[in-house]
Structure formats: structure tokens, C-alpha cells
Design a protein around this ligand. Structure first.
Ligand code: KMH
Ligand code: ZN
Length: 312
């Protein structure tokens, strides 16, 4: 009899705030595009959809709850995927702006970035000579001088307002080793409880690079500090998205893909959809003898509050 395969959660982050319309015509921007991309990603095997919004006219990253509402409702109507709303927004937004959509929607999950850092997307400026919108090069250039602020006070506000008061479970985004230490501090304080879901984010300029050695180091430290109270997922920004996610899965983790973090497929061609990236990692996982977690599997593994307990 065949053994029972370990279930791997695929998260798909469908649009984010890093990439801009010039970089890919496949980046979802309008509420309809974001809803369609999310539903297709879920049908391809994503259990969790990590969401940001865009201004529908310009594609500029938005945290306006009015830009989230239409696609949140549509995703819920058309799929049972777990909705995870970003509290990171974009590194140039204030905390108040960043939190507005999650406070309004009270989703099952939210991201929580575990430290302040440089978050440089300005190297992307060198890859394009013409832009669809003036805001694109301006926003990228700004990341040379801005800081993605996630102070201890900010982290505590998010734990209280979204976790303690609204029952959200967190995707704790850890870009470097100090972020794991901070997470463990709040675990020791009793502010964070098992099952802790850590997203190791590799390859952002300002954080740890997308190498196997960095991932092993992060996981070893998390093992020491969090023991069996945590589960981890891995995302690689840019070209290393699929290889580093694959390594994460082999190491016992879950995976995140999507156009938020990488616009391309492993051969370097532009991904024509989020679902293509989900299908690509799904094929690899299945070839490795791993099973794909359904949304309800993810709800059980992460002890989520359930899709009826949201405010959209
Ligand atoms: N795009 C990731 C590298 C968030 O939304 O809170 C970072 C991210 C942050 O997903
Ligand atoms: Zn995000």
C-alpha cells in the first residue's frame, strides 16, 4: 500500500506592489483581473491567496478598502481558497494606510512583516527604458531612500488589532535572521501561539539572498527557537522563485509563488498567469511524492477561524 503523502500548502501572491504594469502585461491590476487570477490560481492548486490591490486605472499599488472589496467578494463567491490580506502594502505606505483593508475585511489570514528593513526595488530601473506610467520609475527610485518600517510597536499593533481582536492568523514574513529572533521573542511573551506560520522571504534586496545556505540557517534557528510550534513556507523573489520553493518543500516546508514575487517561469520567459506558476510548482511537488493541500487542509493545519468568520 502506498504511504500517505505529506500535504504541502501552495500560497499564490497574485499582484503585490513590487512589479509595475510595464514589466508584464499579465500582472493583474483591476478588481476583475485580480479576482480571475485568484480563482484560476486556486483551481490550479493554491490553497491560500495572498492579496494586495491596485488602483484600477493606473495600476499604482493601493491599500484603499474600496479597491479590495469587489475582488474579495468575488473570490469568496467563486472559490473556497483562504484569503490572506497583506498588511505590508507597499514599503512607502504608512502603517495606518497598510492596515485599512485587513481591518475592514477581517480575513482568515494577514501577512505580518517581522522587522524594519531596506526594501530595494530600484535595480529594476535598469531593465526598462520606456514606462507606461510616470509613477513606475518614480516609485522604484524612491526605494533607494525609504525604509520598510515594521517597528516593534507596529508589530504589536498588528498582533492586537488583527490577531487578538479580529482572529486573523498570520503569515509571518521573515526576510533575515533577526526577524526569526523577533518572532521568537513574541512567542516567548505568549503574544504568538502555535501553529505559527512563517514565510521565509529570500531574495529581496535588503534581506537575505535566495540561497540554500540562507534557508538552512533560517530554518535551523527557527527550529531552535520555535520547535514544533511552527510550520514554514518559502518564497524566492525573482528568478529563484521555483528552485528555492522546491528546496523548501524538500526541507519539509510549504511554498509560495505568484506574480507578486516573480514575473517569470523557470526558463526565463514571462509567466502568462499566476496559475501557470502554481501549476509549475504543483507538478514539481507531485513528482517529489508530495500532496497538494486543499483550502480546508490549510484551515485545519493552521487552525484558521473559517471562511464564514470574515467581514466580506
Ligand atoms: N512581496 C514580498 C516579498 C506583504 O505583503 O506583507 C513581501 C510581502 C509583504 O508579501
Ligand atoms: Zn505581499
Amino acid at each position: 500500500m502506498a504511504r500517505e503523502a505529506r500535504k504541502v500548502i501552495i500560497t499564490c501572491a497574485v499582484t503585490g506592489s513590487i512589479h509595475t504594469p510595464t514589466m508584464s502585461e499579465h500582472l493583474p491590476l483591476t478588481p476583475q483581473q485580480i479576482a480571475d487570477a485568484s480563482v484560476a490560481a486556486a483551481e490550479a492548486g493554491a490553497a491560500i491567496i495572498h492579496l494586495h490591490a491596485r488602483d484600477p486605472q493606473s495600476g499604482f499599488p493601493s491599500a484603499d478598502p474600496a479597491h479590495f472589496e469587489p475582488f474579495l467578494k468575488e473570490i469568496k463567491a467563486r472559490s473556497d481558497a483562504v484569503v490572506n490580506i497583506s498588511t505590508g502594502g507597499s514599503s512607502v505606505m504608512s502603517l495606518e494606510t497598510r492596515l485599512a483593508p485587513a481591518l475592514a475585511a477581517e480575513p482568515e489570514m494577514c501577512s505580518l512583516n517581522m522587522g524594519s528593513m531596506n526594501f530595494g526595488t530600484f535595480p529594476l530601473l535598469d531593465r526598462y527604458s520606456e514606462w507606461k506610467h510616470n509613477w513606475e520609475p518614480e516609485l522604484l527610485a524612491k526605494t533607494r531612500s525609504t525604509i520598510f518600517k515594521n517597528s516593534f510597536a507596529d508589530i504589536e499593533t498588528i498582533l492586537e488589532e488583527l490577531g487578538e481582536k479580529r482572529g486573523a492568523h498570520f503569515e509571518f514574513e521573515c526576510y533575515d535572521i533577526g526577524h526569526v529572533e523577533t518572532l521568537a521573542y513574541y512567542f516567548r511573551q505568549g503574544r504568538i501561539k502555535a501553529p505559527i506560520y512563517v514565510q521565509f522571504v529570500l531574495g529581496v534586496l535588503g534581506g537575505a539572498g535566495a540561497t540554500v545556505e540562507n534557508l538552512v540557517h533560517l530554518k535551523n534557528r527557527a527550529d531552535q527557537l520555535l520547535g514544533d510550534a511552527y510550520r514554514f513556507s518559502v518564497l524566492g523573489a525573482g528568478a529563484r522563485q521555483l528552485p528555492i520553493a522546491t528546496v523548501g518543500a524538500i526541507m519539509g516546508g510549504h511554498v509560495r509563488v505568484g506574480l507578486e514575487d516573480s514575473l517569470i517561469m523557470p526558463d526565463g520567459s514571462l509567466a502568462t498567469s499566476n496559475a501557470d506558476q502554481v501549476a509549475a510548482i504543483r507538478t514539481i511537488l507531485e513528482q517529489l511524492g508530495l500532496a497538494i493541500a486543499t483550502p480546508d487542509d490549510a484551515r485545519e493545519m493552521l487552525a484558521l477561524k473559517g471562511r464564514e468568520a470574515v467581514a466580506f
